[in-house]
Design a protein around this ligand. Structure first.
Ligand SMILES: C[S@@+](CC[C@H](N)C(=O)[O-])C[C@H]1O[C@@H](n2cnc3c(N)ncnc32)[C@H](O)[C@@H]1O
Length: 257
């Protein structure tokens, strides 16, 4: 199996590399939960004006610290963060065949873009709550879930006004959270829809298009094992750090219970 890096963080195993090469060599997961690039060609060449001015680098090898902060680092302009240009794979329609062939249970965001390529599935909706502002990535998104395909459509309402629309815009993210990825999903949204997969405790959940790791955070907090794959090193580093933090929070809550 070809990958550039592998990190094992508690119940999570994360690969830096191409999921098309890595997935066939992995253990069959109980479920795939993913938010793949689905051909919306997001313009990521914009700055995050309201956000931190530091790039965060994950470095497990450093003694006594797992995180290193680089002022004006890697992909930063020094004045504000700049994402790597474009999202890999987002410039063409997405074919989900390799995901639905990999397991019976899947939940895939972006179904409004590639649902015609999926078997019958239950529809879940994220309503981003209209604010009057034009959002590049739309006022909502849908997911398709293979479990209970005839069950009722469900809607989750969460304001997430973090879409970059231009260098002059001010971007505010719900609850003051800072985004680590231009198409990041809120962890609360993932936590809401994970139970629709009806998983047994300690199930293995795979996100082959992990981004900054929102799925992994919710999955490990819910008591499952996680395997994540991401091509872009900046997002992979963010996922490592966020999933490690999620596991630490999980064990703090566990210890207090
Ligand atoms: C829509 S984003 C996922 C965002 C994620 N849900 C989050 O909350 O951060 C899709 C991600 O898939 C990654 N990607 C694209 N093609 C890939 C491939 N062949 N293998 C692994 N990752 C890939 C992109 O770099 C991008 O970060």
């Amino acid at each position: 199996m070809t990958y550039q890096r592998k990190e094992v963080i508690g119940n999570a195993t994360l690969y830096l590399g191409d999921c098309l090469e890595i997935m066939p060599a992995l253990q069959r997961p109980c479920a795939i939960f993913s938010d793949p690039p689905y051909g919306q060609a997001v313009n990521t060449n914009v700055v995050s004006a309201g956000g931190s001015r530091r790039a965060v680098i994950y470095d497990k090898r450093r003694e006594g610290a797992t995180h290193r902060y680089a002022g004006g680092g890697l992909h930063s302009t020094g004045l504000a963060r700049q994402w790597p240009k474009g999202i890999k794979g987002d410039d063409k329609p997405f074919d989900p065949r390799h995901l639905i062939d990999a397991t019976d249970k899947w939940l895939l965001w972006g179904a409004h873009k590639f649902g015609h390529r999926l078997p019958k599935a239950r529809t879940l909706v994220w309503d981003k709550v209209p604010t009057g502002k034009v959002r590049d990535q739309g006022d909502g998104e849908t997911a398709a879930c293979s479990v209970d395909p005839n069950a009722a459509l469900r809607i989750y309402r969460l304001l997430w006004d973090g879409v970059c629309v231009g260098s002059a815009a001010r971007h505010e993210v719900t609850a003051g959270q800072q985004r680590e990825h231009p198409t990041q999903k809120p962890e609360a949204l993932i936590a809401w829809c994970l139970p629709f997969l009806k998983l047994q405790p300690d199930s293995l959940v795979c996100d082959p298009y992990m981004g900054a790791g929102s799925t992994g955070m919710a999955v490990v907090k819910a008591g499952h094992r996680f395997v994540g794959i991401e091509l872009e090193p900046l997002y992979f580093d963010a996922a490592c750090r966020r999933i490690e933090d999620a596991q630490r929070q999980g064990s703090l809550f566990g210890a207090a219970a």
